[in-house]
Structure formats: structure tokens, C-alpha cells
Ligand binder design. Sequence first.
Ligand code: FAD
Length: 395
Amino acid sequence: MMVIETDVLVIGAGPAGSTAAKHAASGGAKVLLMDKKSEIGAPKRCAEGVSNGGLESLGIEHNPRWITRQLDGVRLISPDGTNVWLTSDKVDLPEAGCILERKVFDKYMAMDAGRAGAEIKIKTLATSMERVEEGFLVDAECMGEKFQIQAKIIIAADGPESRVARWAGLKTAVKPKDMESAAQFEMAGVEMEDNNCIEFYFGSVAPGGYAWIFPKGDDIANVGLGVLTTNTDKTAYDHLLDFVKNCPATQNAQPVELNIGGDPVGGMPKKLVTDNLMVVGDAAGQVNPLTGGGIISGMTGGMIAGKVAAEAINEGDLSENKLKEYETTCRAEIGDSINKYLKVKDYMMTLNDDELNSIADTFKDSDFEKISTAELVKKLIKVSPKALLKLGKVF
Ligand SMILES: Cc1cc2nc3c(=O)[nH]c(=O)nc-3n(C[C@H](O)[C@H](O)[C@H](O)COP(=O)(O)OP(=O)(O)OC[C@H]3O[C@@H](n4cnc5c(N)ncnc54)[C@H](O)[C@@H]3O)c2cc1C
């Protein structure tokens, strides 16, 4: 059987994997990036919102080919329909800068990896893997042809429920209570109050999560929701059908695409590395637990892992101890914010529809430009005393 040798094998060409491949190749390593998909980025499983600051921090310049909409703000809607408007120039919100076209964005990120020197194999599935003296030997399959890839370092970027990390013995499996089950339509004919703002709907409309409308064009939007299966007997898809039927914005809208997927919202697992292997992106729980957004945090993880991989190859040290530099940097750069949002999510989960309504009522006329975080929390505690218990140490 044919055996291909490489320094670094990145399994999964989502945003995290392509970013890891780009930085490992830029650092001088021989890199192979593989994905089972025949078209990188498709199908999408994403509402496609990212922050402008997030893209900037990764050194990625805006490209009109993959940006469908620049956003001005956010509309939060409580179960009784009370609105709280936040404008993005006043409040720094994650996933609220622009809306991507992931099918194009993901391809562009992979192209960047290719331009940096990575070899790309599409429609190539990793089927199993064993540890060998030099690293790992991966069984792969492309268009019916079986072959093996021997890699000194593997970067597991294979998305939620990573099999690659598990093959290496890491405990990255996500508990049902930490896996948001999501369903989304891309729709045309959506009538939003302001189609430069993203909308979040809270409460029993999406138990354990929230529903969203993210505008992509004048009347085109991603309309979706995430639920925790531990909090409802219905599927995310059934909740979505109810939402679309009842929401005023989607009464006259028609779907052109359905996306179903899982989103790990329990934070990063205890261990992200072992000898010769690092886990990045959704596979490593690098997702904002409150919003479910994982593009920027996953790419940040990928960037750090790619740089450490190149260094490790150059130094000839592929040990867990060396690769831990990735884990330490990652926890310092994104771990704190993930933990903070985890606490906010835990608090949000305790709120029933009535409590959400009274919180929205308190904040509906707030001028967020003039209100500091401390004042905001004070106001929140007044209407929801348990916020003190749950959020007291966070802010
Ligand atoms: C409905 C929904 C809405 C979302 N909305 C947003 C949002 O608005 N903003 C945001 O920031 N995030 C959002 N997310 C999360 C975001 O989509 C993910 O965090 C992001 O895609 C993670 O990137 P990744 O590279 O880690 O994994 P992925 O994008 O999942 O890529 C993993 C890749 O690995 C490949 N792969 C898997 N197994 C193998 C194998 N054995 N061999 C070869 N290839 C393999 C897959 O084909 C895939 O291409 C949303 C998620 C869902 C489900």
C-alpha cells in the first residue's frame, strides 16, 4: 500500500484546520491538509457570524467575496416580544461584526494554507490511525483508493465529536448536556425589523439555547436555533419548524437550505495534546459556550497549534511536553473568555420565560454607551437576584 510521509498532517479543513496548516507551513514544516468533503466549506453548519476584531486578530483582511453583510448591531427578543437593541459600535459583542459566506470563506482559508506551502487532499477520509515510532500512521481513503499517511505530528481539526483525538486516546467526547443540537434554514423572503442587525430570541422557543436570525442579504437570512436535548423532548428541527411558523419575520419566507449540526458548548476538555498530536477547533471545544460561535476561537487555536507544530518539527521535539506550549498559550488566549461565557450561559439556563421578560423590560430603554459593566450587573441583580450568585465573580 502507498505510504505518504509528511511532517504535519492536519485532519479536517474547516477554519481551524486550514489556519493550523497555513501557520505550520509558513513556519517551514512539510504539511498535508486533508478533508473528507469534496467541496471545502460545503455543506455549511453555521449561522456565519464573526466579529471584525476576531478576523483582525488573525491577520485576515475583509474580502467582499466571502462577506455577505456588515452588521450594525444586535436585537435581543424576550419570550413576550420585548426588544433590547444593542449597537455594535457601543457594545463589544462576539459573533456580531459581519456575516460570512462560509462556503467561500472556508475555501479561501484553505487556499491560504495551500499558498503557504501546504499540500491539500480533498475527498480524503481518515478511517483509523495507529501510533508508530516516528509519530502516527493514518489509514486514508480517496475515491475508492486506500493508502496510508505517516506523520510526525497530527493536528486533529475534525470538528465536534472528533474521532481523531479519540483514536489517540484523548478524552474529548462531549456529554449530551454540553452539546447544543442545532437546526437552521437559509431562507429568502425574511422580513426583519432592521436587516443590518442580528436577532436572538430567548426562552422556551429554544430550550437550553436560543433562536437566531442572521441577515445575509436584503431578504435573505440564516434562521436557526440550538437546543439541549436534555431540556426538550422535541428535536431541534421540530423547534425550528415551530419558530419559523410563529416568528413575524419568517411568515412569508421560504427555505433554500437546511443545516443540521452539533455545537460543543461545554468548554475545552482537560487535555488537548499528547505526544505527536494536538487537537484544535470544535474538536477541542474551542467554542463560545454562550453564543455557540467557534470560528474565531477555533482559528485562534489553529494558529497557535500550527506555529507550535512548525517549531516542534524544527527543534526535533515532538513530545507532549513541547506540544503543551500550544495548550498553555491557548488557555491563556481563549480559555479565560470561554470559562467566563460558560458561567453566563449557566446563569441564562436558570431563567424561565417570566424572568427573561422582566430582564428585557429593565434593559429595553438602556443606553449601553453610558452604562458600565458594573452598573449593568447591578441593574441585572436588582431584577434577577440569582445573577449575584452566578455572575458575581465573573465581572
Ligand atoms: C447551526 C450552527 C450555527 C453556528 N453558527 C456560528 C456562528 O454564527 N459563528 C461562529 O463563529 N460559529 C458558529 N457555529 C460554530 C462553527 O460552525 C464551528 O465552531 C466551526 O465550524 C468550527 O470549525 P472547525 O474547523 O473546528 O470544524 P469544522 O468546520 O466542523 O470542520 C471540520 C472538518 O473536518 C472534516 N472531517 C471530519 N472528520 C474527518 C475525517 N475522518 N477525515 C477527513 N476529514 C474529516 C469535516 O469534513 C470538516 O470539513 C455554528 C455551528 C452550528 C452547528
